[in-house]
Design a protein around this ligand. Sequence first.
Ligand SMILES: *[C@@H]1O[C@H](CO)[C@@H](O)[C@H](O)[C@H]1NC(C)=O
Ligand SMILES: *[C@@H]1O[C@H](CO)[C@@H](O)[C@H](O)[C@H]1NC(C)=O
Length: 451
Amino acid sequence: MLKTPDVLLLLCLVGAANALYKQWIPDTNYENKTNWDKGAVPCGNDIVQFSAQRKVSVFVETTHAVQEMKFPVDGEFILNSGAGFYVVAGQDPSCGQGVVTQFKDSDSLQWFNPALWQAAATLDDLQRGNFLFSVHEESVPCQYDDVVFKALSSFSVDTSSSQSSIPVKSVSVQGKVFDSRSEFSQYLSSRSGQLQFHGSSAVTVGNPGCGDPTGCDCGNSVNHQRICSSVKCASLNCKKPLLPVGHCCEVCGAIVTIQYAAGFNLQTYRQRIYQLFLALPKYKSIQLGMSKVFKSQRLMGIIPFGTSPEIQVAIVDGEKGTLSENLARDIVNDVDSHGSNFGITGAGFQASSGSSSESWRWCRVGVPSLPSLPSMPSMPSMPSLSSLKRNTDIGELGGPLDHGFENPMFDKPEMLPDILEAKAINSISMTQTGVYYINPVYDENETDFNA
Ligand SMILES: *[C@@H]1O[C@H](CO)[C@@H](O)[C@H](O)[C@H]1NC(C)=O
Ligand SMILES: *[C@@H]1O[C@H](CO)[C@@H](O)[C@H](O)[C@H]1NC(C)=O
């Protein structure tokens, strides 16, 4: 156990380290023209309507002239200081012809729609628009995130889900931060709270932040389907689209998989990658999301038999993925030369061009070029199946090696030919990136491979 001062220090680091802020984008503000069916904020000659049944909380920042206004039966205006409405006598020369304009219905905006959130590492970044890219599951607030509804703003969010509650660390509304469960549930039952939050699940605050410097699991995989139901995947034209864990769509880009040990700090490493690479002009168009994921280990690529945590770096560049691949190489090379300083034990990547690379510090991985599959069982570089198994135990390689030979079945040597036979047909396409296996006698000079 750590002594008290260490614990405090650790908590401080963690507090700063893993609090991601997720901000809800849409608003129900009077001044936002996207909230009006005519696409413009009403002016002095306009007749303003709120549909009678609409339950809405509208934030009004300034003073507005109107011709006439029909209020909702059940709703509220939150007036900024000095804000209000007045009726213009006669024509307002600064306004057009005068139209009937209706406040749009935004009842159906879902909490679990990843497009409606933006993420940042700090509140400052949130304000400056330094947003972080995330896989879809993590675009929606994770269980240890701080949720922000903009100050000087109101909103309407449907929190329906299959779970009874949506736990988060804190929620801030109108600039007030709620991190006490009872205080926030009191807010939810207030008039504003009821108009802003509706749906079957209750948002609960007071969840502890992420206490693990190596990162925490977002916790949104239980809502994967709900999250993905609002996502439309773009059509892709790269050779080998990739599906990052937690994402709804395949992407053209690259996925770096990082294995870590004690001493790894996700936030520190994220900063390193941003400063070292993403700040470079050549990587300006890159979107990079880094998080701890639990990748399910699959037997024969089909039967799940467990999960292992690893750091996933999903890289997307909006084109064919060439830029992403360059960055993935840079990251793996960096791990190669400096990874041990950061508690990183190995890294590898897959790119949608079809190439890939491994750099495993503690157990070497060979990527042989395979002229043809039938020759595999007799390949000289596969001398001992039992030693393959031994290295597997050390490695937990998961990740890009999913189709590889870290398979526990391989400690039954007699099964190997069958497996190869069974896979002989699809392993060609499946291994555009090369076939991987852990080779204990592989040349120690080689750390970076291209298939
Ligand atoms: C207005 O609403 C849209 C859509 O909800 C949002 O994207 C935009 O940021 C809002 N505008 C401002 C100024 O907040
Ligand atoms: C590894 O590198 C050393 C020095 O560069 C070289 O002498 C040796 O032959 C290499 N080993 C293999 C197996 O290629």
